[in-house]
Design a protein around this ligand. Structure first.
Ligand code: NI
Length: 176
């Protein structure tokens, strides 16, 4: 396995639409493994292909780290290709989100509380999960990435610009 470099705003690759994969083959599995390693190392709980300069619809999630803090048991690593929200609840949920591509910045984001997501798993088989709580926010956040959408896009332009300026400042201070 090897690690990828994580792309940081305002790189245009983060605003691009990722393309579906034809099938989950060894090359995609390798990409999933590398993305998981990159995510754990960061550390983060989700990573989408755009964030490592790849424009295919692949994402990885592992909320275990945060679940342990909350003393809940998580599902472990989840790898998805071509994920698609097939159902969402009318109930909404607000949770503080962050993003490895927008380092050290956090804001409340409102999303459907529960979603059902269809995808191809690590073995290329069709799978479906129903996600709520942290996992729901995380999977919606990562699918957004594949559509070129960032969590700051849900904020007022005032808040968004403030966050982007702060990241810029961190870059200039060479903290990132
Ligand atoms: Ni993100």
């Amino acid at each position: 396995m090897s690690k990828y470099d994580i792309i940081i705003v305002p790189d245009p690759v983060l605003k691009q639409q990722a393309q579906p994969v034809a099938k989950v083959d060894d090359a995609i599995r390798q990409q999933m493994d590398n993305m998981l390693e990159t995510m754990y190392e960061a550390p983060g709980i989700g990573l989408a292909a755009n964030q490592v300069s790849m424009l295919n619809r692949v994402l990885v999630i592992d909320t275990t780290r945060r679940d342990e803090e909350a003393e809940e048991e998580g599902p472990g690593p989840i790898c998805m290709a071509n994920p698609e929200v097939v159902w969402k609840s009318e109930n909404m949920s607000v949770m503080e989100e962050g993003c490895l591509s927008i380092p050290q910045q956090y804001a409340d984001v409102e999303r459907p509380a529960i979603v059902k997501v269809k995808y191809l798993d690590y073995d290329g088989k069709e799978a479906e999960i129903e996600a709520n709580g942290l996992l729901s926010h995380c999977v919606q956040h990562e699918i957004d990435h594949l559509n070129g959408v960032l969590f700051v896009d849900y904020l007022s332009s005032l808040k968004r610009n403030m966050i982007l300026r702060r990241v810029d400042k961190l870059k200039k201070q060479e903290v990132l």
